[in-house]
Design a protein around this ligand. Structure first.
Ligand SMILES: *Cc1c(COP(=O)(O)O)cnc(C)c1O
Length: 354
């Protein structure tokens, strides 16, 4: 498919302007030399700009347009206590004059500390609903949080508010979001990268991205299928084991391709998820990830985060080092998250200032 063709297929979908685009693509000379398996580039979606940015800003351009077109005045979503998604929802809502309600789930050591993303949520004027993590700690689907969300929705409805309910990460097609708009945003981002690579005369063989709720990877995979089947897309999971994550990525990719009236099928082998860097689970930092955050900061002046991109970059380094020789050019898709660094101050102290 050509980019013009694809542009006309997505033209019917509306979008509001929230992000500074295109985000730059940088070469990482020191990390490339350190890994020794060919050049490594980075797509800087940490620089999307909306109240410290990140990948959710792109998704919100489409989701907020959907909300406005539907005549809603309030948005309700949920996430972990240090959710980057929730912080970007709060900022987008503030910019567009929409009331934001966030159900924030308290987890582990960072339970309830009003710092980093949680601090910014309140500064941005969002209404916070504190949700104690239950025993199994599941909050991937609306269904799992129904008991918490329904009373909030009915309370807001009683006040005459029209509530747009959207799932964590802006990924799943559930609640008020009837189309895979998060994945669509990342198909659009792939198109942006495709044009940049053409201008730069650069041929990328492999994209590595951190996967949390799966629509970023799904959108990039759809882009590769439609525009450049020579590019492999690997998701480094920071939430789920490989099999369920791959299931979600596959489903969202298919939904998006169906929406675009794409008739071809795609092979299951294209859905690549690696869960070896999950460590002790979502939001739990480990020494190897810490080392990669430090390496990237000291050698490239670029900030990764402990929950997502630190583990993602650790995955990229391991995958390349496992390869016997140069893999051609690799691109790490930086998805943001550095504000969460401030919630991990105790674990992240690198020097004793003596
Ligand atoms: C949400 C998030 C991701 C994962 O994106 P998904 O589309 O949820 O898979 C990666 N990195 C950061 C910093 C995020 O906030």
């Amino acid at each position: 498919m050509t980019i013009e063709d694809l542009n006309s297929r997505i033209a019917a979908c509306q979008r509001v302007h929230l992000a500074n685009l295109p985000t730059p693509i940088h070469k990482l000379p020191s990390l490339s030399a350190f890994i020794g398996r060919g050049p490594v580039y980075m797509k800087r979606d940490d620089l999307t700009g909306l109240a410290l940015g990140g990948n959710k800003t792109r998704k919100l351009e489409w989701i907020m347009a959907d909300l406005i077109a539907g005549g809603y005045d309030t948005i309700l979503t949920w996430g972990g206590w240090q959710s980057n998604w929730c912080r970007q929802v709060a900022a987008a809502a503030a910019q567009l004059g929409i009331e934001a309600h966030l159900a924030l789930i308290t987890q582990g050591a960072h339970l309830g500390n009003c710092t980093a993303n949680a601090l910014l949520d309140t500064l941005l004027g969002a209404h916070i609903h504190v949700v104690p993590a239950d025993k199994n700690g599941k909050f991937f689907h609306l269904e799992e949080l129904k008991a918490v969300l329904e009373p909030i929705v009915s309370c807001l409805a009683n006040e005459g508010k029209k509530v747009y309910l959207v799932g964590v990460g802006g990924s799943m097609v559930e609640g008020s979001m009837k189309k895979p708009l998060g994945a669509l945003a990342y198909l659009h981002a792939f198109m942006e990268m495709h044009e940049q690579l053409k201008t730069m005369g650069l041929d990328i063989k492999h994209i590595v991205v951190t996967s949390g709720s799966s629509s970023t990877q799904a959108g990039l995979l759809a882009g590769a299928i439609l525009l450049n089947p020579g590019i492999r897309v690997t998701g480094i999971s920071v939430t789920l084991p490989s099999a369920p994550m791959a299931g979600y990525v596959k489903r969202l990719t298919q939904l998006l391709l169906d929406d675009l009236a794409y008739e071809g099928r795609f092979d299951d082998d294209l859905v690549i998820v690696d869960d070896r860097f999950l460590g002790k689970g979502y939001g739990v930092i480990d020494d190897d990830t810490l080392e990669v955050i430090r390496l990237t900061a000291k050698n490239e002046g670029i900030l990764l985060d402990p929950v997502y991109t630190g583990k993602g970059m650790r995955g990229l380094i391991a995958l390349l080092k496992e390869a016997p020789s140069s893999q051609g050019a690799t691109l790490f898709w930086h998805t943001g998250g550095a504000p969460a660094l401030f919630a991990y101050g105790d674990e992240l102290t690198f020097a004793d200032f003596s």
